[in-house]
Design a protein around this ligand. Structure first.
Ligand SMILES: NC(=O)c1ccc[n+]([C@@H]2O[C@H](COP(=O)([O-])OP(=O)(O)OC[C@H]3O[C@@H](n4cnc5c(N)ncnc54)[C@H](OP(=O)(O)O)[C@@H]3O)[C@@H](O)[C@H]2O)c1
Length: 285
């Protein structure tokens, strides 16, 4: 029996990967990595195996990866990710893991090659190559979920305020679609090393139109400054101290870092991406 371990098992993505895996293989073969026994409670109740470990503690990872064949390394939180991911890869090698899938960034060495957020992903892809372990880099594009803090204010005011330019596009994908793709790659026999996972490229005007359709409310996209985005976020209840950082992602969109034109998503899923209007309905339900 092939065994699978998904890290970040309590996170939105990891949880969805595990739920998909559980539809395809025996729950006895699936393990989730969490940071404490307490955090493993919900997984255990679902019948999923729990392993405890932290990316910053290689010994804990080595213990957690014993007997695991295939690993899905969910990227951690920006800060010390290069050392953390290296710990996971080194522990996987020592534990005899035969395959690693890793959540990277769409177009990490093409459209997003100058996006600073991609530095950790480029580092990790290189570390995977150097490890000699078979791997797939799941180059995930922007979660549609990332826009949620802007959608609430848009529903209240009828204006979807954004700071990028009118012609900038983002290849949004729902996190559930990306998780299903990640699970399918983990289950596949010999997936390729680089898999680009982007949706259809849309402007904010397209997103506003989809939001109107999903909610049956009139919503228009309104180009503003990043300060206008901060104001809309705070108005919608987003923490004021975090709002400028969130709004600054508009600069990455303005630089077209998220407009990946190449995608394997449909091929991996075996179906088109979930339509944005349908995903918005689920997110806003
Ligand atoms: N493509 C995108 O648009 C996008 C957007 C947001 C994030 N991301 C990236 O994709 C990853 C998965 O997304 P998500 O939505 O599932 O994020 P999430 O809900 O924040 O989950 C992240 C998971 O990583 C775990 N984690 C963080 N640091 C860790 C460490 N040092 N050791 C062990 N586990 C650690 C967390 O554990 P705890 O439950 O203990 O906190 C959590 O379960 C994120 O971590 C981030 O790198 C991508």
């Amino acid at each position: 029996m092939t065994t699978y371990l998904v890290t970040g098992a309590n996170g939105g993505y990891g949880k969805a990967v595990i739920d998909y895996l559980a539809t395809a293989v025996s729950k006895d073969s699936i393990f989730g990595l969490v940071r404490s026994e307490e955090k493993g409670k919900a997984l255990r109740e679902k019948g999923i195996g729990v392993r405890v470990g932290d990316y910053s503690d290689k010994d804990s990872l080595l213990a957690a990866l014993q007997g695991i064949d295939k690993l899905l390394l969910v990227s951690g939180v920006p800060g010390n990710r290069q050392a953390e991911h290296q710990n996971v890869i080194d522990a996987a090698k020592e534990a005899g893991v035969s395959f690693i899938a890793y959540t990277s960034l769409a177009g990490a060495d093409t459209v997003a090659k100058d996006f600073p957020l991609g530095d950790d992903h480029r580092y990790t892809e290189q570390a995977l190559k150097e490890s000699g372990i078979a791997f797939t880099s799941l180059r995930n594009n922007w979660y549609l979920e990332n826009e949620l803090p802007l959608l609430g204010p848009a529903l209240a005011s009828g204006k979807l305020v954004y700071g990028a330019n009118e012609d900038n596009k983002v290849a949004w994908v729902s996190r559930d679609d990306l998780a299903e793709a990640g699970a399918k790659v983990l289950l596949a026999d010999s997936p390729k090393e680089i898999i680009e996972l982007s949706g259809a490229s849309l402007t904010y005007a397209d997103l506003a139109q989809a939001l109107s359709q999903a909610t049956e409310k009139a919503i228009k996209a309104e180009k503003g400054s990043n300060d206008d985005v901060v104001a809309a976020l705070v108005e919608g209840g987003f923490p004021a101290e975090a709002a400028p950082g969130f709004a600054s992602l508009q600069d990455a969109i303005a630089a077209n870092f998220l407009d990946a034109q190449v995608s394997d998503l449909e091929e991996v899923l075996g179906r088109p991406q979930t339509p944005i209007v349908a995903s918005l309905k689920v997110l806003l339900a």
